[in-house]
Design a protein around this ligand. Structure first.
Ligand SMILES: [Mg+2]
Length: 234
């Protein structure tokens, strides 16, 4: 039983009219926090970041946690906070976490997600993965959720190893645009983090779908309460 934070409070989808996907040919998927939500896993990863801070600053866990929770870091992701506090490169920190935590231990087959991706209406798009997770963990997560190649083939999976600089850096999005060879406006980025997934994509002319969004944002073309709701806009 999990007694920590409520990382994922319930929210509502916001759209008055069905969003228009007419010009979209490519769907770009974030993975963690977008294709699954899991409190126990989130807690494990959260604690791993704090342990890195504690180890690096040679302080105890609770002191590190207090530093981590300071207001001035509130708009940053856990990786960005750790970089800011310790001076370690976020990408190096993420590699450590990816080796420490086996995400697939926490996940199971998701029949609703499988049904979404098996839908003929979604199969007509080209699909990319764009994640700050390692290739090894990404493949394990997708397999654990049941998103095996028989369900959906991704054109390419862009992972931690694919880039010098990770999301939200624009080079990550540029790489996908050059791979697809299509105009930015033909792509839809689907992600749960405004700063990492949605804002950088929107600034490049890519359409955006913010899932699990608790606040409306001018950077998101579509707001969805969860990933299963994606079927409603197809
Ligand atoms: Mg995410």
């Amino acid at each position: 039983m999990f007694h920590g934070y409520n990382f994922f409070p319930e929210i509502k989808s916001r759209f008055l009219r069905k969003p228009n996907l007419k010009n979209i040919q490519v769907l770009i998927w974030d993975v963690d926090g977008t294709l699954y939500r899991n409190d126990n896993l989130a807690n494990e990863i959260y604690n791993s970041f704090i342990q890195i801070v504690a180890h690096h600053l040679e302080i105890d866990f609770n002191t590190a946690k207090k530093i981590f929770q300071k207001q001035k870091y509130s708009r940053k992701t856990w990786g960005q906070k750790t970089e800011k506090i310790t001076g370690l490169k976020e990408k190096d920190v993420l590699y450590v976490i990816e080796k420490q935590v086996d995400k697939s231990d926490f996940l199971e087959k998701d029949n609703k997600l499988i049904a979404l991706f098996k839908d003929k209406k979604i199969q007509k798009f080209k699909h990319y993965i764009l994640t700050n997770s390692s290739r090894h963990q990404t493949d394990k997560v997708l397999t654990a959720l049941g998103l095996i190649p028989e369900v959906l083939n991704f054109e390419e999976k862009f992972t931690l190893e694919s880039f010098k600089q990770i999301k939200p850096h624009r080079s990550c999005f540029e790489k996908i645009l050059s791979h697809s060879g299509l105009a930015p406006g033909s792509h839809l980025m689907i992600g749960d983090e405004l700063v990492v997934d949605i804002i950088p994509a929107k600034k490049m002319g890519i359409k955006t779908c913010h899932v699990y969004s608790s606040k409306k944002s001018k950077y998101a073309d579509i707001h969805l309460k969860d990933i299963e709701s994606f079927s409603q806009i197809l």
